[in-house]
Design a protein around this ligand. Structure first.
Ligand code: NAG
Ligand code: CA
Ligand code: CA
Length: 353
């Protein structure tokens, strides 16, 4: 059961992009969406220009007396559930084995964090995202203007449809000249794991663990592919913002959106949560590992350390042929400083009775 938590309720919309991966027909092949590592210059001492994100809670605690527009959260009861799958769509991602996992009750935001919400946050805190500090972010080439395209220097070898674009950030989602003013209710894009972390802390929240995220995705159903069941399109309806057509060349946008969609455009799952799959990938707090056992686990938080963080849910760029990752058990990863035009987040919070 769930109860709605009383938080400021705002209607928000989102935009985001998905990273797709070649998986299904060629199971050995990877999509490349997990290889979007930022080429880091030797910028170790570069603290002054950017923000000190080491102690975000302290630094951004001045939200008192400022009107914030946080998402409504849903209280989930937690309990035992089956995490992962024994019938993995993409075995090399560590989707299996299926195992019994316990999660304590927790809150989770009902939709992905929107541009409007993130703008409010930056207006109040003057937070500068990693993409802004590094000066670039990954954008799906199909979304770039000819101008921006002609200025590109290189693409990602494993996924040529991704380009690091100078000047791409959450306000300029397709690089210089693009804007989000017409999509304030779409999910925020080009936020790194660290950025997402700072936002959630500022909001008095935190990122969900992978287990919490997957529990939330499943909506109380057991051993199903999607948040609503096993059929991708019940009664012929689209239940998520995904890619229809021929990836990466032609998106028919049969679901109404070739890019991100406003949040809450597709039906909620039984927990009242929107866009758990599709629209944008969502960061979780766990480090990435593909090794899991069948052992029961209580409130698992992932490995102690790692180099990549887990993201869940797939995005508007996911098509079965390349990125069959719009399933609750599916998972992928990026380095914590990565950002892209199909990657966002939502926050969670502890339940303290
Ligand atoms: C952020 O600040 C800008 C400039 O003052 C303003 O136009 C915008 O409405 C603010 N956004 C939010 C969500 O408060
Ligand atoms: Ca779509
Ligand atoms: Ca999503």
């Amino acid at each position: 059961m769930m109860a709605l938590c009383v938080y400021s309720v705002w209607l928000l919309v989102w935009v985001s992009v998905c990273v797709s991966e070649k998986c299904e027909d060629e199971p050995a092949q990877d999509c490349g969406c997990n290889t979007l590592h930022r080429v880091r210059a030797e910028e170790q001492g570069d603290e002054e220009g950017g923000r000190d994100v080491k102690n975000p809670a302290e630094k951004y605690s001045e939200r008192a007396n400022k009107e914030v527009i946080l998402s409504q959260m849903v209280l989930l009861q937690g309990g035992w559930f089956l995490m992962g799958t024994d019938d993995p769509g993409i075995p090399q991602d560590g989707e299996g084995p299926q195992r019994s996992v316990w999660v304590d009750p927790f809150y989770i935001e009902e939709h992905e964090v929107t541009n409007l919400q993130f703008q409010r946050f930056t207006n109040i805190t003057h937070y500068v995202t990693e993409a802004e500090r590094f000066g670039d972010s990954f954008v799906f080439e199909g979304l770039l203007s000819e101008d921006v395209k002609s200025s590109l220097t290189h693409a990602v070898a494993a996924a040529p449809w991704w380009s690091p674009v100078k000047g791409a950030d959450w306000r300029h989602t397709e690089g210089p000249g693009s804007s989000i003013t017409h999509r304030m209710d779409h999910p925020v894009l080009h936020v790194s794991w660290a950025d997402a972390q700072v936002y959630c802390e500022w909001a008095g929240r935190r990122l969900p663990t992978e287990a919490e995220w997957e529990f939330a995705c499943r909506g109380g159903l057991q051993d199903r592919l999607y948040p609503w069941g096993n059929k991708l399109m019940p009664r012929g309806e689209h239940y998520a913002n995904l890619w229809q057509g021929d990836f990466p060349n032609h998106n028919t946008a049969e679901d109404g959106f070739s890019h991100t969609s406003p949040v809450k455009k597709f039906p909620a799952n039984a927990f009242g949560l929107y866009d758990m799959v599709g629209n944008v990938w969502e960061w979780t707090s766990d480090w990435w590992s593909v090794h899991h056992t069948r052992e029961h686990a209580y409130n698992p938080k992932g490995p102690e350390k790692g180099s990549d963080r887990v993201k869940k849910g797939g995005s508007y760029m996911c098509h079965k042929s390349y990125c069959y990752r719009y399933r609750c058990a599916a998972r992928s990863q990026n380095t914590p400083d990565s950002s892209a035009s199909n990657l966002g987040f939502r926050c969670a919070a502890d339940f303290t009775p």
